[in-house]
Ligand binder design. Structure first.
Ligand code: NAP
Length: 289
């Protein structure tokens, strides 16, 4: 036990992420003050109500809703909070880390990603395509581990891009609670603006294969939807290949050699998740190292 743990969480897994942080804190004998994201406070409030109904003593888990600037900063600055556990944007994590240093808190950060899937020339393309479609578009790209870079061997690049475009053209956008929907909405209209601005940047940095616009046909006009978007022939240092977009946008980066693939994979400021499709077990283990 250390004392009071301050927990600050993002909107994209509004129950799972608070739980991942809260239970280790409780099991180790701490109490917690949690601030959920302003876009999704109700999930956490209900979850903590259930904990209280289940017998958790009052005061052990405390939820405070409000903005990052007001409630988040108050938790980070408070001298009685001894640990900060934060998940969210890298920039926010840097800011929190800096502020928390003033009171010498212990800080644990889970931040953004620009996650690559490497697809080698000997890969099972069908399997790779299934994974890419789910990883890049399955939660509308709003996952810290979403595939936002596809590092593809040049020998299969054109075939891969063509088949990916055909698969993505068939994806159904709509209500995320409808089982026939493949791609749900993004979190809000501010996200649409951010994703649109990256799509505009991408038009100058790569070849637009499909998508690139907000989706507004029929019922989609009632929500915040963005077309699943693929850019091909993207250079590794392009902004769309370097910055976290957090929407249904992915970039295909062709490479000629394994050394180049490894350089591209590691050539971003993030380090979160990565995957490789190959049938060459030696190459797989070399890549892991
Ligand atoms: P965010 O804007 O950084 O917000 C995360 C939380 O921090 C929210 O509760 C937010 O409050 C609060 N906050 C904002 N500014 C703050 C400040 N100056 N001081 C204290 N708290 C502050 O991130 P998001 O948009 O909610 O989430 C998306 C990001 O989370 C992406 O970058 C994604 O990659 C990352 N993520 C990472 C993981 C992982 O495990 N690595 C998992 C999921 C998501 P408000 O809501 O009031 O602004």
């Amino acid at each position: 036990p250390i004392g009071v743990v301050g927990i600050i969480t993002p909107w994209n897994f509004p129950v799972a992420i608070p739980v991942w942080k809260l239970f280790p804190a409780l099991i180790c004998g701490n109490t917690a003050v949690i601030k959920p994201a302003s876009d999704t406070p109700a999930c956490l409030v209900r979850f903590v109500e259930l904990l209280l109904e289940g017998g958790l003593p009052e005061g052990v888990v405390n939820v405070v809703t409000g903005s990052g600037g007001e409630v988040g900063n108050a938790i980070v600055d408070h001298p009685d909070v001894r640990v900060i556990s934060f998940t969210g944007h890298t920039d926010t994590g840097v800011e929190i880390s800096r502020r928390a240093a003033e009171t010498l808190k212990r800080v644990s950060l889970e931040l953004g990603g620009k996650n690559p899937i490497v697809i080698w020339e000997d890969a099972d393309l069908g399997l790779a395509l299934d994974s890419v479609v789910w990883s890049a578009f399955g939660t509308s790209g709003q996952r810290c581990t979403a595939a936002s870079r596809l590092v593809v061997h040049r020998a299969i690049h054109d075939d891969f891009v063509q088949r990916l475009g055909q698969r993505v053209a068939k994806l159904v956008l709509g209500d995320g609670l409808d089982e026939t929907t493949d791609v749900g909405p993004v979190i809000n209209d501010a996200a649409i603006e951010r994703i649109s601005s990256y799509a505009a940047i991408g038009r100058n940095e790569g070849e637009l294969v499909i998508g690139g616009e907000p989706a507004r046909e029929g019922a989609l006009a009632k929500g915040s939807f963005f077309e699943p978007t693929i850019f091909a022939e993207v250079k590794p240092d392009a902004r769309i290949a370097q910055e976290e977009i957090f929407g249904p946008v992915t970039s295909v980066i062709p490479v000629d050699s394994w050394d180049e693939a490894v350089r591209v994979v590691n050539g971003v400021k993030y380090g979160l998740s990565s995957s490789l499709f190959t049938n060459d077990i030696g190459l797989a283990f070399r890549s892991i190292r």
